[in-house]
Design a protein around this ligand. Structure first.
Ligand code: SF4
Ligand code: FES
Length: 290
């Protein structure tokens, strides 16, 4: 991030002053037990995002203000906050497009607050980890998984939309079941479970089922749809959850198995011709197990 924010945020071209009314809280008690809303007046040029405005406030008005951000371009998923009554990414939300003289910014609901606008997202990350968000091969001997898997374009398209998740957690903050049921995994982990269940390279449906389908699991989703409305990447986690419910019901009632998993390509193709000037692959940096 640029060390001098004034070099990238030119407020001399401001077209309007906007009050950002920001929630402040920290564990020292400076802002009281329940925290406090504090007003900051920001000169806003065209195109300034909420994240730009927060950077400007920190550089010019109050260096104690805290938030989380990294990429500034809607990729890392770390700048989620509750802006003007909605869960949004600060770096993707332009101040002037909110058409308000006063904009309230709070930390994302449904998460414990660490400080000011920074929330603790352990609940989502833990549930995401528990659904095993990686390809599991149960029927393939370990020494064979160094090869490539066959997958058609149609098989890729089936899960592609669900693979764009940023782990921003906006869907979790919008979900009424997450708000009322601590044990519910939430739309992000459940959406990612479908992403892997739909991947023909994966054979881990059974391993994931106990995390997904239990007394506090996927069938506690009542399809409010708020998660999909909040998602900045169009993942549509509410739809993913309904598709995953369908797969679970198919398996339980009709005895359907997951689609046949992808076979491995031969590690060395006989007819493969190496293009000239392609550098050799680097040597392994860890010892290979025999
Ligand atoms: S599903 Fe959408 S809203 Fe939820 S964490 Fe992924 S990108 Fe964010
Ligand atoms: S800073 Fe990375 S998504 Fe906003």
């Amino acid at each position: 991030m640029c060390s001098d924010p004034n070099k990238v945020i030119d407020v001399t071209k401001a077209v309007q002053d906007v009050i950002l009314r920001i929630y402040r809280w920290d564990s020292s008690g400076t802002w009281g037990e329940d925290g406090r809303l504090v007003d900051y007046k920001v000169p806003v040029p065209s195109g300034m995002t909420i994240l730009d405005a927060l950077i400007w406030i920190k550089a010019n008005l109050d260096h104690t203000l805290s938030w989380r951000a990294a990429c500034r371009m809607g990729v890392c998923g770390s700048c989620g906050m509750f802006i003007h009554g909605k869960p949004l990414l600060a770096c993707q939300t332009q101040v002037l497009k909110l058409h308000a003289d006063v904009i309230e910014i709070r930390p994302l609901p449904n998460y414990p607050i660490v400080k000011d606008l920074v929330t603790d997202q352990s609940r989502m990350i833990d549930a995401h980890t528990r659904i095993k968000p990686y390809i599991i091969r149960t029927g393939t001997p370990p020494e064979a998984v160094a090869g490539e898997f066959h997958q058609t374009e149609e098989e890729l398209v089936r899960y592609l939309q669900f693979s764009y998740c940023l782990k921003c957690g906006l869907c979790m903050s919008a979900c009424p079941t997450v708000a009322s049921l601590q044990e519910f995994p939430g739309p992000q982990p459940l959406g990612q479970a479908l992403r892997y269940v739909y991947d023909t390279r994966d054979e881990g449906f059974d391993e994931r089922l106990k995390e997904i389908d239990n007394a506090f699991g996927i069938f506690r989703c009542h399809f409010a749809g708020a998660c999909s409305e909040a998602c900045p990447k169009g993942i549509d986690p509410a739809f993913a959850i309904q598709l995953l419910k369908k797969e679970i019901v198919k398996r339980a009632i009709m005895g359907c198995q997951a689609p046949e998993s992808a076979g491995l390509m031969p590690v060395q193709q006989d007819n493969a011709v190496k293009a000239p000037n392609v550098p050799a692959t680097p040597a392994f940096t860890v010892e290979q197990k025999k």
